[in-house]
Design a protein around this ligand. Sequence first.
Ligand code: GYE
Length: 320
Amino acid sequence: MRSRQLLLAVLVTIFAILGSAVLVHAQDQITVGFAQTGSESGWRTAFTEAMIAEAESQNINLIFSDGQQKQENQIAALRSFIAQGVDAIILAPLVETGWDEVFQEAQDAGIPVFIIDRNVTADPSLYVTRIASDFVYEGRLAAAWLATATANREQCNIVELYGTVGSSAAIDRATGFAETIALFPNLELVASQSGDFTRTGGKEVMESFLNSLDPASICAVFGHNDDMLIGAIEAMKEAGIDPADDILTVSVDAIDDIFVSMMNGDANATVLLSPNMGVQAYAAIRSYLAGETLPALIPVPSAMYFQDTAAEEYAARTGG
Ligand code: GYE
């Protein structure tokens, strides 16, 4: 009898522990609205996939919205998140300006806003923090590599495939690149035009550069992202130019496809932009909801890749 009572007590305790664990877990589940810019590039798609996968692994109820490259869609998504009473909002902003009003609405509703990737000009009191890479630094890295690669050339004329106009990614990369090439008298930016971060945009812009300038006078192309650069590679090949040999290339993102281009000898270098920012973003949200104070910026580090390790890196990524 005594042992039956003991067994019962043990069972009751086990169920109580299990029950409270389930309860804690249920209380723990948060709902987060994520407003993405769109799916303009390979990097953007990888970033979206990483955000969704990380939310799943952390049992976060993620409401995803694809803004299709329109700020008005992103603002509508934020308003819908507010109406649904989410625990937090993550915004990957298309452009820098025009967010103050909707951020104020979120704040009035008591919903914290977290910025991811590109920056905004809104008053910092309207959002909690920003999780992002340093785009100025990425531009500097690209220019510094080009300076080294052309150290023995008297003159190197560079063309730039500019990202989305009004996006901090494009503004900052152009700034970092320009201020660094200014330190090297042989480097000169001769043309810059937006390809909107897309492959077709990059191809069209490169075609127009090859038509308006003497192709033989172009020494290098700087792509604000890999997709535009891959489009430019197509344009160069169609014009009978050997990319990465006749015209040096450097771009940003380090998507899988640029490694294939480097392996084929069509691209020289890329700067890494990590798409795996979900870990830091969700940790920031949890800390904030637990009452902690966060820094204004949560930085994501960069790196560079070149032809010599492209095959190795590609194999490591694709498991081949
Ligand atoms: O480089 C590009 C994407 O905002 C920094 O956006 C990001 C950029 C990225 O479309 O591929």
